[in-house]
Design a protein around this ligand. Sequence first.
Ligand code: UTP
Length: 297
Amino acid sequence: MKKVRKAIFPVGGLGTRFLPATKALPKEMLPIVDKPLIQYAVEEAAAAGIEEFIFVTGRNKTAIEDHFDHSFELESTLQAKGKTHELNDLKSIMFKPGSVTYTRQQQPLGLGHAVWCARHFIHDEPFAVLLADDFIYSKTPCLKQMVDAYERVQDNILAIMEVPDAHVSRYGIVAPEHEATTNLFKVKGVIEKPSLAEAPSNQAVVGRYILDSRIFDFLEKQEKGVGGEVQLTDAFTPLLEEQDFYGFRYEGERLDCGSKAGYIKANLRVALDREDLVDEVSEFIKDVHKISTQQAS
Ligand code: UTP
């Protein structure tokens, strides 16, 4: 029985949709309320039983390494001020020594290339990939749901959500083997960012994957695809000839924090679930709504 123990966090992208905010700050360090996106992803992986955390970073990404390390000055100041709650929060971010690895993607050539950069840390184990900017808000962490499904099928698994026709060209779209009526269904093909006419379904791949290490052999040879980038999904096609793939419809709400609107929605979503923020924020939303309807009339 194979176990998913390792996860890759590709964080080497430029985050151009968030410029100028991402000029010096990694997109994955943007906070949802008070916690950076990358920390949510790492916590999700830890909750799914991941033991080894592999970051594929790039230029201007050192803030991510610093975030997951001690900050002695800050810690001693918090200690001196008796801010134990904040101090404990900071300490809880820390990885077990030796369980985290950073490698660098020297050029942002695409997600497929970023994942391939981590090949030497995976060896021949199945592994997870988590895109921190795909924020998935759920009771049971999305990757945990997928790992549970993996224990049943022991095959490649892609997180799937249904999208409207107008959005199929933004995603990798899967072709289900049969009509996708259950939450775990076999996939016979994947096309990256198809036109509506080419799209085999409305089932879109989102940023959580469990993959077999054989994918690296195909990524090694993978040419650039849509957008001039090495696409992870393009390497699924040759792998599909050898291995099974499943689509997995997770329970939860996916908010695309790579887009501005998605990022704002994620902040509101989390704030409205927080006891310390819900009253003030919902009051504010009501006021804003009132003002915008007055302006429209
Ligand atoms: P995105 O395409 O959403 O990120 O990649 P981006 O390219 O940084 O953003 P925009 O489109 O310019 O605004 C999804 C994830 O894959 C990583 C990104 O860091 C992000 O977490 N990625 C993307 C890499 O690690 N390397 C790449 O070459 C491309």
